[in-house]
Design a binder for this molecule. Structure first.
Ligand SMILES: Nc1nc2c(ncn2[C@@H]2O[C@H](COP(=O)(O)OP(=O)(O)OP(=O)(O)O)[C@@H](O)[C@H]2O)c(=O)[nH]1
Ligand SMILES: [Mg+2]
Length: 301
């Protein structure tokens, strides 16, 4: 009789790429829950977040990271960059996500990846649902293959789920660790309180324009599950940089903050699986992006 014992393997996988290529969308798709926020605008993700997928014989710990951008430079962008590079350092495997075309702007990331000789790197060509004629992908695939740097090049769609099975199958081969890194029912390293704050920030990306979403950050001051009625009460503050932005976030007669609050509450109820009561405050905190203590407090070192 042949006895095959599957050994549980696990590993840490950093999901990196330029802003807006679909890193967070992919992470949500892989975990099957909306853990990390997504928007059509670049630089939506500011923090690293672990999304954990446990199957029968494998545990994949994916790290969502802020998009790497080279042509912008500020203290804040360089903090985002540091966050991404720290995830790359901690990872066993790197997933580099690109859109289905050849872009000069990938050069910076490719140069960074070349330095990591000892880590397996995979290239994911995302958003293939946008290309009806799949032949168009060939020159893109060839261009990346010529770099001779990636162990695999996989076309995927984070939206439709195309290619995800192949991705997991290939990834499994490179998981280095025996056993599990997290208990099998863990899906993220973030507290519900932090996820709730991120949901509110996402709604600002959709509801407000120009620099406002980039100037606003959210902190959950109280997350109260203690009431018998099983309604979770969440009290949160949105910090903006200027008084004019406070006006925009509140809106005329509070219309904007009401819109942000309602859509955030709906998402929170889905994530937490219970009714939520949400109270939002908006405060001005000048230059918060340069305030190291505050950045640390909100997890953006
Ligand atoms: N058509 C299509 N759109 C996608 C796909 N994946 C992501 N998107 C869209 O691309 C936009 C950016 O997605 P995000 O997941 O926020 O991108 P990101 O790489 O995390 O961006 P940053 O956090 O800003 O670095 C959103 O509008 C997504 O809906 C895909 O497979 N197909
Ligand atoms: Mg993101």
């Amino acid at each position: 009789m042949l006895l095959i014992i599957d050994i549980m393997k696990s590993g840490i996988i950093a999901v990196i790429g330029r802003p807006n290529v679909g890193k967070s969308t992919l992470l949500n798709r892989l975990i099957g829950e909306k853990l990390t926020i997504v928007s059509p605008r670049p630089q939506t993700t500011w923090q690293r977040l672990h999304g954990i997928l446990t199957t029968e014989d494998a545990q994949f710990v994916f790290i969502d990271t802020p998009g790497l951008e080279t042509d912008k430079n500020s203290q804040f962008i360089s903090a985002l960059k540091k966050t991404t590079l720290s995830a790359v350092n901690d990872a066993d495997i790197i997933l580099h996500i690109v859109e289905p075309f050849i872009a000069d702007k990938e050069k910076y990331i490719i140069d960074e990846l070349k330095k990591l000789k000892d880590k397996p790197k995979m290239l994911l060509i995302n958003k293939i649902d946008l290309k009806k004629d799949k032949q168009i992908l060939l020159p893109v695939t060839d261009w990346y293959a010529d770099l001779a740097m990636y162990s695999d090049i996989i076309p995927i769609s984070a939206i439709t789920g195309d290619g995800i099975d192949i991705l997991l199958h290939e990834l499994k081969k490179y998981l280095p660790t025996e056993g599990m890194l997290y208990s099998e029912d863990t899906i993220t390293d973030k507290y519900e309180k932090e996820l709730a704050a991120e949901i509110i920030r996402e709604k600002m990306f959709y509801s407000t324009r120009d620099e406002v979403p980039y100037s606003a950050v959210c902190v959950v001051d109280r997350f109260d599950e203690s009431q018998r009625d099983r309604i979770i009460r969440i009290y949160a503050t949105i910090y903006v940089e200027k008084a004019s932005q406070r006006g925009i976030v509140i809106g005329s007669h509070g219309s904007m903050i009401k819109k942000i609050g309602t859509s955030a509450r709906i998402d929170m109820e889905k994530l937490l699986g219970t009714k939520v009561y949400l109270e939002l405050y908006v405060k001005v905190r000048k230059n918060w992006k340069k305030d190291k203590t505050f950045l640390k407090e909100i997890g953006l070192k």
